[in-house]
Structure formats: C-alpha cells, structure tokens
Design a protein around this ligand. Structure first.
Ligand SMILES: [Zn+2]
Length: 468
C-alpha cells in the first residue's frame, strides 16, 4: 500500500488505483470483525503500546450526507465502516454554523460566546488552553495538518500543536505530509489533526469522483457551476430585496457534486487507514470523524452555512477506539465541545477548568449519562441561538424575537414549526436558554482579536467564498 502511495505521489492517482477496491476491502473487513454489539465480550481497554489519536476534521460535512447517517448514495463506505467498528453519535450538534467559531469550540471546549472567535477579525486568545496544549503537556507529540483559510495558524486555533502545516491544497497537498509525520511518530503517543476543505465550496472534486453521482440528472442551467463565488452570491442575496434561488435541478446538481466530494475524502481516509494498518498502529489508535458544520441546499431558502437548522448544525461524530464499545449508536444529544474532555479522559489527562463541554467517554463504554441539551450560536440572522433537547429543538432569533420549534428527529427537514402549538416546550427551552445566558455572563470572556489579515490568508478566504 505504502509503495503505491509513494510511487504515484498524488491522491488522484491513488484514488484511481485504490478508490473502490480499497474502500470495499476495508468495509468488508469491518463487516467481518466488528459490526454488532457483543454484551459478553471484555470491556474496552487500551492496547499495549503508544496511543495514537487522530481527528479527521472534515469542514462543512453535513451528517445526513454520510451513508451511516442515512444517505442512500454510497458517499462514505470507509467512514461507515469506522462507525460500525466504533461509536456513532446520532445527534451531535456544532456550537456554530461557521468555521471560525465552530472550529475554535471543537479545539477549546468553549462556546463561541466564551472564546470570542466570531469571524475574520478574530484570533483565539492565547490565554485559552487548547486541546493540543493539554495533549502536549501530557507527553503526546502533536501535529496539525490543516487546509489553510480560517485554520491558518494566524487565527490561533493551532496553538499547542508542535508541528503545524497550514497551506491550502486539500488532502492531495496535506495527506502525504500528514502520513510522513505519522511515520516519524509511529512509536510515540501522538495527537494528529487532519482538516480539509475538500467538501466545502467550490463543489469541484477531481475525476473520477466528480461525475459519479451525476448520472440521471439533467445538465445544470447554462453557465451555472456551484463555485464558491456563485453560491456566496446566492447566499448574500437572501437578505436583499431580490433573493436569488436555484432551480431544483441545479440544487440537485450541486448536491451531487457535494456528495462526490465526500466520497473523495472518504476514499482518502480509506487509504490513510490502510497506512495505519501497515504501520501496525491502527488497532491501538483512536480515530475521530467530526465536522464544524453542515451545509444548506435551499431547504430553508438559502445555501451554504449560517443558519441554525439541523442541516447546518447537526454534524457527524464517530469515535472508533479500543476504548470504545464497537458497533454502538448513541442516541443522546452531544455537542462538539464534548470532544476535547472526552479525548482527554481517554488518554488519562485532566481537563482544564475552562472546559464547558462534558466528557462522553462513559457513552463510549456503553454506560449511561444524563440528558443534556446542545446550544448553538450564530451571529447571522439576527443573532440566533438554538437549544436542542432530546426530541425537540428551538431556534430563537434575538433581534426579531422569532421563535421556531421542531420535532427534529421526525421532521428531519424542520418544516413544521410547532412554536405556537406547544407553548410549554417553548417555555422550557426559554428557561434553558436563560440559564445558559446567565452561565455565559458569569464566564470570564476571552479577548480574541485578530487585527490585520495576512494578504495570502485573505486571498485564501476569498477563494473559499468569504468576500468581506
Ligand atoms: Zn467550516
């Protein structure tokens, strides 16, 4: 496997060689080895040897576009297999619908209101302790291989990583470097963060992935391509007098390319897992699949990501680990700020006092935890907040006072607003939100301020569609 990877030197070549065969082999292997919960087997425990912890942070990956979360298209055979070997959190919610605040929450276990990273002008305060800093202090080698843009080191989110690679180029650029780093650290405890925008706009994965889900679709409208600029123009028009909307077929076309991008990333993860196996470290590794937010495809009148509907805030969270009971699906609501304390518990490191998430390591072991609601925040659309409970979720727009209430597990598209029909539920959620605001007011808020942007980073952000 390693020879193939090296001799071709590019993900596209690797993909052509391995794409379906590798994913299929890995999926079949998993089917044989670890599909279902076996209550009689030994409790999970760490294998002898160093503990590799690897986070696949796939920017803009909407949970329900993965096969294991219900997409009928074969977008994710490898991630599906990881889910079967590990624990799939069915209802994981991100703290924000956009990259800077959400990624900062994943890496600090703080709500956006507490870490203060909202957008382009913000740099994470150095006073805040990051996941990587705790791992580093705990004796782990730490490496971040990220896809630039808002993950560029200038924004401070990579604080604590000893190795930082943050140039744009997607997995084709990042992947081989991350793999080389793993090879250098294979005999150590390590934390590796791999982040990519390959699923983000522009929806333009390379062939042979690009066209694989286009069959049966009519061609898009003349001149339409779902570039970052085209989609951002549509998004920005939503609040204007003349909102733009895409015809249904163009939405389907964009979604097919988005799904193809997921399959591209999934195949890459398959090749990476094969390398971990070849290095002999897969069995003792903890692997995480997570995203910072999903993506809208006009379900609520717009595109991209900024609102707090489940299309944007429900994200995949899969943890495959020797410390987790394989083959489990957890129905509890969890938050992406829960990842940091969970991983710290898994490696036996104490969580810093600042942490606002809670460890869900007990759920990984098949034990119970009491219910907890998730809170998401958006600075867009009149400063929205969402509270997600066990069966319903409320979205509150602070400026307009509008309240929406959905039975989000039944009404997956969140089309049937129950707010006026269920005032008791609204009242309960308002109480929870009020308590949360009180908590945030009592929290010492961080001064996260960026100042001037590096011109190169500014250009990367423009290429991703972030215009101002
Ligand atoms: Zn993002």
């Amino acid at each position: 496997m390693f020879q193939i990877f090296q001799s071709h030197g590019s993900l596209r070549a690797l993909g052509r060689t391995l794409s379906s065969g590798l994913a299929l082999a890995f999926a079949l292997l998993s089917l044989v080895t670890g599909c279902s919960r076996n209550p009689t087997r030994e409790p999970p425990r760490q294998k002898a040897g160093p503990h590799p912890v690897i986070i696949f942070d796939i920017d803009t990956l909407r949970a329900d576009r993965l096969g294991c979360y219900g997409n009928p298209r074969p977008t994710s055979p490898v991630i599906d297999a990881l889910a079967r070997e590990g624990v799939l959190f069915e209802w994981a919610f991100s703290q924000a619908p956009t990259t800077p605040p959400s990624q900062a929450s994943i890496l600090t276990s703080l709500y956006p209101s507490a870490h203060g990273v909202k957008g382009k002008k913000d740099r994470l305060s150095q006073e805040i302790t990051t996941l990587a800093e705790v791992f580093s202090d705990h004796g782990f080698a730490t490496g971040a291989f990220v896809d630039g843009g808002y993950m560029n080191r200038g924004f401070g989110l990579l604080q604590g990583f000893q190795t930082k690679v943050d140039r744009r180029g997607g997995l084709e650029e990042i992947g081989p470097k991350a793999l080389n780093w793993v090879r250098d650290h294979a005999d150590e405890d390590f934390l590796l963060l791999i982040h990519t925008y390959d699923v983000h706009t522009p929806y333009d994965p390379p062939e042979p992935w690009r066209s694989q889900f286009l069959e049966g679709l009519a061609p898009p409208s003349p001149g339409f391509e779902p570039t970052a600029l085209a989609m951002e123009t549509i998004r920005q028009s939503a609040s204007s007098d003349q909102p733009l909307t895409l015809p249904d077929n163009d939405v389907a076309y964009a979604l097919a390319l988005y799904d193809a991008g997921i399959r591209y990333v999934d195949d890459w993860i398959g090749s990476f897992v094969a390398e971990l196996e070849a290095l002999g470290i897969y069995d003792r590794a903890t692997l995480v699949v997570i995203s910072d937010h999903g993506e809208e495809f006009q379900e609520h009148g717009s595109v991209l990501h900024e609102k707090l509907y489940s299309t944007v805030t429900r994200v995949p969270l899969i943890i495959r680990s020797p410390l987790a009971l394989g083959g489990s699906q957890v129905p509890d609501v969890v938050e992406t700020i829960d990842l940091m304390p969970t991983l710290l518990e898994l490696v036996g490191a104490a969580a810093p006092e600042q942490v606002q998430g809670r460890s869900v390591a007990a759920l990984l072991r098949g034990e119970e935890l009491g219910p907890k609601s998730a809170i998401s925040e958006s600075r867009f659309f009149g400063r929205q907040r969402a509270v997600t409970g066990a069966s319903q979720r409320m979205i509150f727009s602070q400026e307009s006072g509008r309240i929406e209430l959905y039975e989000y597990k039944q009404d997956l598209g969140e089309q049937d607003d129950l707010a006026t029909r269920d005032p008791n539920a609204v009242s309960d959620f308002e109480g929870q939100l009020s308590d949360w605001f009180e908590w945030m007011r009592a929290t010492e808020l961080a001064a996260s301020e960026y100042g001037e942007l590096d011109p190169e980073v500014e250009e990367q952000l423009r290429a991703l569609g972030y215009l101002d």
